[in-house]
Design a protein around this ligand. Structure first.
Ligand SMILES: Nc1ncnc2c1ncn2[C@@H]1O[C@H](COP(=O)(O)OP(=O)(O)O)[C@@H](O)[C@H]1O
Ligand SMILES: [Mg+2]
Length: 300
């Protein structure tokens, strides 16, 4: 056995991803342990769409092995990491894109920005990374565009009979996104999922970035995901508390990122609505209250 799963770990993987995926993981850790000379040390206790292991590679050094089912996101993540080439992002060592597996540099100590208690520090770290980040892609055709994301999910929602209200919000979000793209028209390589769990403390007290989706657009579209994620731990929040918190963040970002507050609020509305439509697409219930709050904030 290459890695001994505890009973709790196997149970969690099977509950979260299903038996077939667990078997893929078992097979993959054998294949890639040989291919990349890996000693698998620990399963990361984080279950979204990947199974993640900390390991040591004789060839590459300390590494993260990320296993998922083959999908376009694996390809765009690999390409984005390659293009950023370790600048603010983790390095990528190798991948088997057709099998949904990536090997990348382990960021140590790897504490998530989510664990930082002071909001000023969180906003400062994000601003510093954001302001030094975005590059022109050498190969933009391999990525979707942000407006393409918005358009695709709007089309999908137009066919969902049970979600007429959410669809009307999404249509509005798409119109706002289209007009923003006329003024904010840079076509840079965006992270696409730039939030607290994808920003990790590395060497010399410097934060590094992981897990890019890779999408082309104006950098303004790489801000709202972080703002929305500030509310990650508040399941139920009153509108007044939401409003106050958004005010604090947008006032800070208006100065630190040089983006006007009303533009930030439009981006929050677009991203919140799109994320809830993605929930519908993956069979989860949308949070309509969140969409209504974001619209009310945008409308002042
Ligand atoms: N390169 C890395 N270095 C250190 N920890 C990592 C690295 N990549 C992932 N992790 C850990 O695994 C968690 C989830 O990884 P991530 O790549 O963001 O996967 P997902 O796509 O499932 O969100 C991160 O929040 C972090 O704790
Ligand atoms: Mg992530």
């Amino acid at each position: 056995m290459i890695y001994n799963f505890s009973q709790e770990e196997s149970q969690k993987i099977i509950e979260h991803f299903g038996q077939a995926f667990f078997e893929k993981v078992l097979k993959d850790i054998e294949i890639y342990s040989t291919k990349w000379d890996l000693k698998i040390l620990q399963l990361v206790d984080y279950y979204s769409v990947n199974c993640i292991f900390i390991c040591h590679s004789q060839q590459f050094g300390n590494a993260i092995l990320k296993i998922t089912n083959p999908c376009r996101e694996v390809c765009t993540e690999f390409n984005t990491l390659r293009e950023y080439n370790g600048k603010l992002f983790c390095n990528v060592f190798d991948a088997d894109i057709d099998n949904g597996v990536i090997l990348e540099e382990l960021i140590e100590p790897g504490i998530r920005l989510r664990d930082e208690k002071l909001i000023e520090k969180r906003l400062f770290v994000f601003s510093h990374l954001f302001n030094n980040l975005h590059i022109v892609s050498d190969n933009p055709k391999v990525y979707p565009t942000y407006l393409g994301w918005v358009t695709r999910i709007t089309d999908y929602m137009s066919k969902q009979e049970d979600y007429k209200e959410l669809y009307s919000f999404m249509k509005k979000a798409k119109d706002i996104c289209s007009s923003l793209c006329e003024i904010y028209c840079k076509n840079l390589l965006l992270h696409g999922d730039f939030h607290h769990d994808n920003i990790l403390l590395g060497n010399n007290n410097e934060y590094r970035i992981i897990d890019p989706k890779g999408v082309i657009g104006d950098p303004i579209f790489d801000i709202a995901r972080f703002i929305i994620n500030e509310f990650h731990d508040n399941d139920k929040i009153s509108f007044e508390d939401y409003r106050k918190h958004i005010e604090i963040i947008t006032e800070y970002f208006e100065k630190s990122l040089n983006v006007p507050i009303d533009i930030l609020k439009k981006c929050i509305f677009i991203e919140t609505t799109m994320a809830n439509c993605w929930n519908v697409e993956s069979g989860e219930a949308p949070d309509m209250e969140g969409v209504i709050y974001a619209e009310a904030i945008m409308n002042g």
